[in-house]
Design a protein around this ligand. Structure first.
Ligand code: PAF
Length: 289
């Protein structure tokens, strides 16, 4: 696997691959890779001739009091994981390579960014959409793979790609979970030994809500309250939100019908964790995606 740090070098690699008729699969990450990322790389590997992964902790998507400085980093370990999973090129630019001067251009999707995680992280999705737009323009992949764990991010990126006619196919890859259901996340490292068992309440609450839907519950309010009660009564856990939203618009659902996402977020100690289950409901037919 090559590690490339400059845009110029990456473009030249991509140009040669394209000239050789190769398809390019791309996974954007902020590093500190885990099995969730490995699953993105594996999916890209299975579907593409060349797999490019980027590691860039994007300062633009962190709020002033968030964990940009403390965000976990381990390039050596990441390089090993990527090599093991068949990545061809790691693109690891510096902040000055990506932002040689302050940005004057931003990609902003206010209707999708002011909900769910956007309420506690008001500038986050503008930072994500802007950097992902830049990265897609740099890598120019045929397909880009994103984790369903960040369900709102997937909705934002899909809509941006659509609105701006970016020539890339977006694929969301299912969440990878720990044995007790906790969604894999680089931020799980922030949980202390005492906090860790309580973190599984997010996935338990989602699973119980999904089971209730399979059993016939069709009120979004009842489902929302079920999830909120389960999370807010768990010791040491502070609920941020529990919602049922339409998958692509992220509008709150009134009834359980159509393409929906059960989405929750909670604070546990230093960590803010998110999780979701996408579901498709047509009358009595329910599919957990
Ligand atoms: O999901 C992430 O790790 C980041 O938000 C992304 C997509 C790499 C953009 O910085």
């Amino acid at each position: 696997m090559y590690t490339i740090e400059t845009i110029r070098e990456l473009r030249s690699y991509i140009k040669s691959a394209r000239q050789a008729g190769k398809s390019i699969g791309y996974v954007a990450t902020m590093g500190y890779l885990h099995e969730g990322h490995a699953s993105l790389v594996q999916t890209a590997r299975a579907e593409s001739d060349v797999v490019v992964v980027s590691i860039f902790v994007n300062p633009l998507q962190f709020g002033p009091n968030e964990d940009y400085e403390d965000y976990p980093r381990d390039l050596k370990k990441d390089q090993q994981l990527l090599t093991d999973h068949g990545c061809d090129v790691l693109f690891a630019p510096s902040v000055t390579e990506m932002y040689p001067r302050p940005m004057a251009t931003f990609v902003d999707l206010p209707q999708l960014s002011d909900k769910l995680c956007g309420l506690t992280r008001p500038t986050h999705f503008r930072g994500v959409a802007t950097v992902v737009c830049k990265l897609l323009n740099i890598v120019q992949p045929d397909t880009a793979y994103f984790g369903q764990k960040d369900g709102q991010q997937v909705a934002v990126i899909r809509r941006m790609v659509n609105d701006l006619n970016l020539p890339v196919r977006i694929v969301s890859v299912p969440i990878v979970r720990e044995a007790d259901g906790l969604a894999k996340s680089s931020r799980n490292i922030y949980l202390t030994l005492e906090e860790r068992p309580h973190a599984a309440i997010l996935s338990r609450a989602l699973k119980a809500a999904a089971d209730a839907i399979v059993d016939g519950e069709r009120s979004a309010l009842v489902i929302t309250e079920m999830m909120a009660d389960a999370i807010s009564t768990e010791p040491g856990v502070r609920l941020d939100y529990a919602e049922v939203v339409e998958t692509s618009t992220l509008q709150k659902a009134q009834t359980i019908e159509g393409n929906l996402m059960l989405a929750v977020a909670a604070f546990i100690g230093k960590a803010r964790l998110i999780d979701n289950i996408p579901i498709q409901v047509e009358g009595t037919h329910v599919e957990l995606l």
